[in-house]
Design a protein around this ligand. Sequence first.
Ligand code: GLY
Length: 423
Amino acid sequence: MRVLVVGGGGREHAICVCAAKSPKVDKLFCAPGNAGIAKIATCVDIGPMEFDRLTAFAVEEKIDFCIVGMDDPLVGGLTDRMEEAGVRTFGPRKNAAILEGSKAFSKDLMKRYNIPTASYENFDDYDAAVEYLKSAPMPIVLKADGLALGKGVLICNTLEEALEGAKEIMLDKKFGDAGAKMVIEQFMTGREVSVLSFTDGKTIKIMTSAQDHKRAGDGDTGLNTGGMGTFSPSPFYTKEVDEFCKKNIYQATVDAMRNEGREFKGVIFFGLMLTEDGPKVLEYNARFGDPEAQVVLPRMKNDIIEVMEACVDGRLEEIELEFEDNAAVCVVLASAGYPVKYEKGKVIEGFENFSGKDDYFCFHAGTKLTDGKVVTSGGRVLGITAKGRDLKDARAKAYEATSWIDFEGKYMRNDIGKAIDEA
Ligand code: GLY
């Protein structure tokens, strides 16, 4: 089978590592890929939003199966385009990817189908949003409706902050067109858990749980990032939480989408908040989380291609998802200054330390090959993952492995998985 993965971050590297292990795969391509992916796949210099070039490449190279890893091409309709070109593709079509592409849509869906979530109002008029905020309880959450690189969510503690935030989103268009509409949402407190799932539009199968660390600095300080590290499983995702979510959230979401004529095939990522009133949906994503994928996929025992084909073909009920009875921790090595301003082109050294060590993974996120050397090319550079017998063991191993890599400006959080000690 000839497989094309679309994307070039740590998540796509983790997908490629799994796909490369599948006996079904004869040839693996990745567009655009990165320096790590290039070791196991043929990287193709085509961007994820270049749909004409991607489909032409897939047809020319007789791609049997395409996996879309990233949110932007999914929301933009790459799956539809690939299917029109006759390429079987894993990832929701445009009319289903709206589950991530529009926060207003997903909130309305949850309201219509009684899926637990924070109370909210949607606004496409700035003045109406301001009037609403004037009598709303603080803190409050403002969400740009569309995709905003994970940065379109503002938690506002005071009315002044909320008014400034509404102006940034709706008038100043800080997040571009994503801010044409805005969701104003009740602030929830509790533990956040990420739950990834596979679905074929009817059946949904849950993967192991994980937890992300979104802020740039230790102790959850600093700006929001794409994610500075993850651990899996989450000790806070108990059997009771799982049962509640299975009963009230997971299948209900898949059924709601089908009922709306938007059958969702692919990965649904449930961002959950475990509140005092029970688990509630914070957000949906229409793809694997990044860096959640870097701790979930290394623990998956199944052949990823078999599972993804079952999703596309509507046969997921035949699959039993299996995960190793262990734990994994991923620590992101970033470029100093991320997520604001950072330098690129720094030579990275130490990759040889990972060879022959089955429990350790060095997932590339922002790297590229220049003059035969691997150099930094993004804010999040590498995801250092280790598996261990439990979370503490995995964390100790992951942090040990972060010292094997060196580049100028290497920056990481030192408290990934600290919550493990409180469990
Ligand atoms: N780690 C959060 C996300 O992938 O959106």
